[in-house]
Design a protein around this ligand. Structure first.
Ligand code: NDP
Length: 701
């Protein structure tokens, strides 16, 4: 029956989302919110009482005959609202003051985690400035320093060095900024952070969907920390096994631990977690709904939230909540200047046009006008089948709101949408490790090591780096290698004679001439002078020819490495469209042939291809080998494509750059190579492979 009266304590976006969820309940007749805000006022009756005015709130609840009170902010819980309501015989969803210590005392939380084996970083706590400083300086930086007390999310400092650590400890322990307290010093962990919330009643844990928020004020995770600029659900980097681990070993383990400690939970447990290389660990606990995570999580709830709140508040079991199989994404509109000082009172227009949820955070209504009244002003939340859809919808809807005094981030969920890195450096290192063992085995079998000669003519600085890397790699895997440096003025004839001598040397398996050659030497003549079976670069006209007719040959290193990187992404090339931008004989064309061999449909583009974007947008696999910075911009990449940037050029500032706008393209690609660190190292690993192949062929002859 729709006859229940509910009081929600709080007034931000989180409470608006709670009120919104309650308003969908078939049992709730009336919702009050203290103090509420302009947006909440449309769905509930705002009550002008402060969220920490425990006595005032209790009197109100008794007078109005409230059936259930739901607490949003931590300050109300820390003020003992749940204890006072329960003592008066009222039902309240929110932890006791003793249980709220999980959030209000970092040290208490750490003690619980250590005592019950809940995974978290190692820590020590101090109240003495000198001892804390000595401890921090005795360990590697960065150091994580947490003020032990409620600091509204501002009490954590990650100190990069001794100077920063000293300043932070001084303000936390000596100055009056925070008030008397303790400092917890922790190990610095790395990995993506995410929030895992659950409704908890003693040892009964009802998990909610995972969410990730964005703390920094500006795009690209730049700028100062804020209360949160946006959030989303449907985190692709957390597997089902990760979630299961966190549920069992963190949320359920903590709920049990709190029962054993005699302060059972009765409200929301919020795990601020991190997926570190050593597994999932707790960064912090909160004892209430997270903000802005609640705004993206609760819209997915299909079950009646009143039932859940009421069951937890009464200590009675209920069924697992049901969540819609969709994802949500929300973007916060904040006052320009936030998190610093900002003006208030600017008019916001267009919110009624928005076809998505609009949760108010800091707004007020004055004479029918909606005005800004806080740092974070409102959050627009849209739902979609996937993150891309939700994101497109949210930004389209946001465009309907106009207010010059507001700003927002344009890249919410970027981590989830960014392509993964095809790490050519790591792959080539592992290939070289394998070759090292092979070389040792070949030497034992044939009584001789494979050998490579690298010829460099002149002193082109880029070439010097490349030849050094090639010789170093050959030495590393245990091959014989020699570097033959010839002066710039070397004649074509002298170079050809040197090569002829090497062709005749039976102890030499591979010959490589570093390109480019000085102008007076004909490159193609030189390449074709290398014995076809010693042409480890695979550039000889006969090797290229045999590649095209599909006969066994030495496959050019860069194209071979590109295919290996594409395979690393896991894509099945058969039937896919591959676009190769660049048609040189040493990169573009052989790549195209290798892709054709895998039954991909291949399109080759080049400098005179009209409307390159319409071509590249068809590419499931895009290979760009052009030699011009940012020939491929982000909007030229088909969403989900595998992008291989072969380019290795120096731009006007002398910086090594690729052909693709990496940052923008990564937002659309599923996989992408970095420059440097992608194709370059793979070319060298393939050179080593080719040399071994030449050696084996010669041994068989
Ligand atoms: P080439 O100069 O021989 O070929 C470049 C190709 O790009 C040509 O087909 C050219 O078109 C095309 N092109 C040039 N400008 C544009 C443009 N604005 N739009 C579309 N297409 C364009 O170079 P390479 O094939 O030898 O090398 C390509 C790149 O790959 C270079 O940056 C090189 O440094 C790098 N590279 C990297 C290696 C590595 O190990 N990482 C190894 C080898 C190369 P057209 O045919 O019409 O002239």
């Amino acid at each position: 029956m729709k006859d229940r009266k509910v009081l929600v304590v709080g007034g931000g976006g989180r409470c608006h989302a709670i009120v919104d969820a309650l308003s969908r309940s078939p049992r709730v007749a009336k919702i009050y919110c203290a103090p509420g805000n302009a947006g909440i006022g449309a769905q509930a009756e705002n009550v002008p009482l402060k969220d920490t005015d425990v006595k005032g709130l209790l009197d109100f609840a008794l007078k109005e005959g409230i059936d259930l009170t739901v607490v949003g902010p931590e300050a109300s819980l820390a003020a003992g609202i749940a204890d006072a309501f329960r003592a008066a015989g009222l039902k309240i969803f929110g932890h006791t003051k003793a249980a709220t210590r999980l959030e209000s005392s970092k040290e208490f939380a750490k003690e619980i985690m250590v005592k019950y084996g809940i995974p978290t970083s190692a820590y020590r706590s101090f109240d003495d400035f000198g001892e804390a400083l000595a401890f921090v300086n005795s360990r590697p930086f960065p150091a994580v320093l947490k003020y032990d007390g409620l600091a509204a999310g501002k009490g954590v400092v990650i100190a990069a060095d001794a100077q920063e650590a000293e300043a932070a400890l001084r303000s936390m322990l000596l100055d009056e900024t925070f008030g008397a307290g303790r400092v917890v010093v922790e190990d610095y962990l790395t990995g993506p952070e995410f929030s895992f919330m659950a409704f908890v009643d003693g040892d009964r844990v009802y998990p909610m969907p995972l969410a990730q928020d964005h703390k920094r004020a500006f795009d690209g995770d730049k700028g100062p920390n804020t209360g949160g600029m946006g959030a989303y659900t449907g985190l692709p980097f957390i597997t089902a096994a990760d979630r299961e681990f966190a549920l069992k070993n963190i949320l359920e383990a903590t709920a049990k631990a709190m029962c054993t400690e005699g302060c059972p939970l009765s409200g929301v447990l919020y795990g601020g977690l991190m997926k570190t290389p050593d597994g999932i660990k707790v960064i912090e606990f909160n004892a209430r709904f997270g903000d802005p995570e609640t705004e993206v999580v609760l819209p997915l709830l299909q079950s009646d939230i009143y039932d859940i709140f009421e069951a937890v508040a009464s200590g009675r079991p209920t069924s697992m909540p049901v969540w819609r199989d969709a994802v949500t994404l929300g973007v916060v509109l904040a006052s320009k200047g936030y998190p610093g000082s900002y003006p208030k009172g600017a008019e916001i227009l267009g919110t009624e046009e928005v076809d998505a949820k609009v949760y108010h955070m800091g707004t007020k209504l004055e004479a029918g006008h909606l005005l800004t009244a806080g740092g974070r002003v409102m959050m627009v939340v849209a739902e979609g089948a996937d993150i891309r859809e939700a994101r497109e919808k949210v930004y389209a809807e946001l465009g309907k709101i106009s207010c010059d005094a507001l700003f927002y981030r344009h890249d919410i969920a970027h981590v989830a949408l960014e392509g993964r890195i095809l790490d050519g450096k790591a792959l080539s290192d592992s290939i070289k490790e394998g070759l090292k063992d092979k070389v040792a085995a070949l030497e034992a079998e044939y009584g001789r090591k494979p050998s490579l000669a690298v010829i460099m003519v002149g002193d082109n600085p880029a070439s010097q780096v490349y030849v050094r890397n090639k010789v170093r790699s050959a030495t590393y895997i245990g091959m014989d290698s020699r570097l033959i440096k010839m002066p710039e003025e070397t004649s074509e004839q002298a170079l050809l004679e040197t090569i002829a001598g090497m062709n005749a040397d039976p102890t030499l398996d591979g010959i490589l001439v570093q390109l480019p050659l000085p102008r007076h030497i004909d490159e193609s003549k030189v390449i074709d002078a290398i014995a076809k079976e010693k042409d480890v670069d695979g550039f000889h006209v006969l090797n290229v020819g045999e590649l095209w007719i599909g006969r066994h040959c030495i496959v050019p290193c860069t194209p071979k490495g590109i295919l290996r990187l594409i395979d690393e992404s896991g894509i099945d090339l058969c039937g896919k469209t591959a676009v190769v931008v660049g048609r040189s004989n040493i990169v573009g064309k052989p790549v195209a042939k290798l892709l054709l061999d895998r039954n991909a449909t291949v399109i080759i583009a080049h400098s005179r291809t009209a409307d390159l974007k319409s071509v590249t947008l068809q590419a499931d696999v895009l290979v760009v080998a052009v030699g011009r910075e940012k020939v491929v911009t982000g909007d030229m990449v088909k969403p989900g494509a595998v992008v291989i940037d072969v380019g290795m050029n120096r731009n006007a500032e002398g910086k090594l750059c690729g052909d693709v706008d990496f940052i923008a393209a990564r937002q659309r690609a599923s996989w992408i190579t970095p420059v440097p660190g992608g194709v370059g190292p793979m070319t060298i690993a393939m050179l080593m492979e080719n040399t071994l192949e030449c050696f084996l062929d010669s041994m068989k002859r």
